[in-house]
Design a protein around this ligand. Sequence first.
Ligand SMILES: [Zn+2]
Length: 412
Amino acid sequence: MNLVIDRERLLSEIETLASFSDAQPPAVTRIIFTPTDLRARAWLKEHCEGAGLEVRQDAIGNTFARWSGSDAAAPVVGTGSHIDAIPNAGKYDGIVGVLGGLEAIRALRRSGFRPKHSIELLVFTSEEPTRFGIGCLGSRLLSGTLSADAAAKLTDGDGASVEQVRLAAGFTGELAEVKLANGYYKAFLELHIEQGPILEREHVPLGLVTHIAAPATLRVSIEGSGGHAGAVLMPDRSDALCAAAELILSVENAARNSGATDSVATVGTCDVFPGAVNSIPSRVRLSVDIRDTELHRRDAVIEKIEAASRTILEKRGISIRTELLNADPPADCASAIVDALAQSCKKHGMNFLPMVSRAYHDSLFMARIAPMAMLFIPCRNGYSHRPDEFASPGDIARGALVLAETLCRLSV
Ligand SMILES: [Zn+2]
């Protein structure tokens, strides 16, 4: 079998898809179910059909493009990613996995290969949380992580619900039918840019993901009492920001002392009320992002933060409320797929690095219903979610080639 990636065509398709954008080039903005997104989807559907694939779309707009295998009843080998882009993003995040997946399938067809298991390209709806405030909307529904009822009620910044917006965009049918049956997939494999600096720094062209870390988000509200910065003497104060300062250091310590470098915790926002130079802060709101590759360790970090807040509350006589906004479990990649990826790399003489995905992806949710793995390619300086995001043509072609080779191994 002679697998050849049509690099020029793949690169020109990446450029074309980037032109469906609500931002000035090179920036790309493509928010889910906007007219621009719908035009991009139509273009992509046409290209999938042009490649001889059979396209279906579910009620939330997840798009499946199938190359039927010789055993139509056998579980599917899936690949894919997303094409939505946050405001002012680049042209590779998600796109490399979608158009690279399409080119991998075309390369397999050109080679004369005939799969036993059907191979499907999957384009997820709304991996980015931009419009509805929740990431991975499509894959959460596919995996049953989010119920149809809960999804339908999510609203965008204008108060329009998912239900209204998806119907207006032409995606009818029942949201409850989006969930895939267990056993639908034999394997699911996502090609993606690394969005971090490791592959570039190590001069290794491919990363084989073994674990996907998952975030938990805490919202912390601290209530003290305010007053005049001159008139209230120190023994009489309940300064909410001083309590927050202690808590922020406890967050750092909880992650640093977890016993593993995979534990990370970040206080990313801190809102101070009333926020005046001569006023004692009465109220502070913090957001805390905690991630790990091991669920028990991540939860232990959360418990330490909660224990610290109880200690600070007692010591300072103020109120601290912590609220867990989300806590998705991390996922392990399927060793059989990682092995297939490693064999494919070896066959084509390519070096690779086992690694952890510290950003999360639709594959995190697909792991709940399918054996899953991810393949990373380098991106310049690790930049992503910005207009100067860049992956080199050679790296993109290598990723598509190893993806094609691995889809072949998994689908016989
Ligand atoms: Zn992505």
